[in-house]
Design a protein around this ligand. Structure first.
Ligand SMILES: O=P(O)(O)O[C@H]1O[C@H](CO)[C@@H](O)[C@H]1O
Length: 298
């Protein structure tokens, strides 16, 4: 009988270098653009893609070997286009573990980005603010993460290692590029959001349920500032294949470790906060993209 673990590893093995190269070649035939920056848009943040110009839209279901997005707030297409004049490759919709996809499948598009030629990843997400100083609508620049699923033996890099992507034992100490983090803080000041901007630690839980009070209390002790269900496996995969990463969370709800709450997190509200903060987030991402583009030219 096949065990759950066998299944998981087989999914990991399914995306061999050759298969991923086939996906990348397919995409390169469908667009003239050759972006260096890949962007993943989180829940409710997909409208940032509306700012892309001269874009090629590629639905996930038309890409060989690609899964489909099943979560509301995740459109499910790749967009190659220009963000304020800079070519980017944008995932309008990501894959989550709770959708039933193994982590290697969730983060597979990051390797495709790499094979398409991207050197940088910008990952965004909606997250619950656990740090008591955070407000709904704030932005937390990710300075680090806790890979709790990895602790429990569930990691997108599990299975045979293909050294064409990266080493067997990658280092995660500087997973989030500190120079980009510094730049984002400067941009935050320039666009007048410094009071809504934090840097902190994100944790990805398996979901799809939101957390219990006891879990939130535990996460606070661990030094977690924001709680979500994505990004960590994407960044782990990106760092493994040598990409430079920048990521942030939009704080869409507060994670208050109390049983006496009037409001509890709800997906519709989370999507709504993303829409409300669209212009600020677009501005931040566009300026980061411009900065990376300028750096790459030097
Ligand atoms: O991480 P993203 O995709 O932004 O989405 C976050 O929002 C959803 C919960 O409302 C979960 O999928 C969580 O991970």
């Amino acid at each position: 009988m096949t065990s759950f673990n066998d299944c998981k590893l087989n999914f990991g093995r399914m995306y061999t270098y050759d298969i991923l190269q086939e996906i990348a070649n397919h995409l390169l035939e469908r667009t003239q653009l050759r972006p260096k920056i890949g962007i993943i848009l989180g829940t409710g943040l997909g409208s940032l893609a509306n700012q892309l110009t001269d874009a090629d839209y590629i639905d996930y279901q038309t890409i060989p070997h690609f899964p489909v997005s099943t979560v509301e707030g995740h459109v499910g297409r790749l967009i190659f286009g220009f963000l304020k004049g800079v070519p980017v490759m944008c995932m309008q919709g990501r894959f989550h573990y709770y959708e039933g996809y193994p982590l290697a499948k969730c983060s597979m598009p990051v390797r495709v980005m790499k094979l398409v030629g991207c050197t940088h990843l910008i990952a965004t997400n909606a997250a619950g603010g656990l740090n008591p100083e955070y407000k709904v609508g704030d932005i937390m620049l990710m300075k680090d993460h806790i890979n709790i699923m990895g602790f429990a033996g569930n990691n997108p890099l599990q299975g045979p290692n293909d050294s064409r992507f990266g080493p067997r034992f990658p280092n995660m100490v500087n997973a989030y590029d500190w120079k980009l983090l510094k730049k984002a803080k400067e941009i935050g000041k320039d666009i007048g959001i410094e009071n809504d901007l934090h840097e902190g630690v994100y944790i990805c839980l398996g979901g799809p349920n939101f957390e219990t009070v006891a879990e939130l209390k535990m996460l606070r002790i661990w030094g977690v500032d924001a709680v979500g269900m994505s990004t960590v496996h994407e960044v782990t995969t990106a760092v493994h294949c040598g990409m430079t990463c920048f990521a942030f969370s939009l704080i869409t709800n507060l994670c208050v470790p109390s049983y006496d709450l009037e409001e509890t997190p709800c997906h519709d509200d989370i999507v709504g906060i993303g829409k409300r903060r669209e212009s600020t987030l677009t501005d931040l991402v566009a300026r980061m993209v411009k900065h990376i583009h300028t750096e790459l030219k030097q």
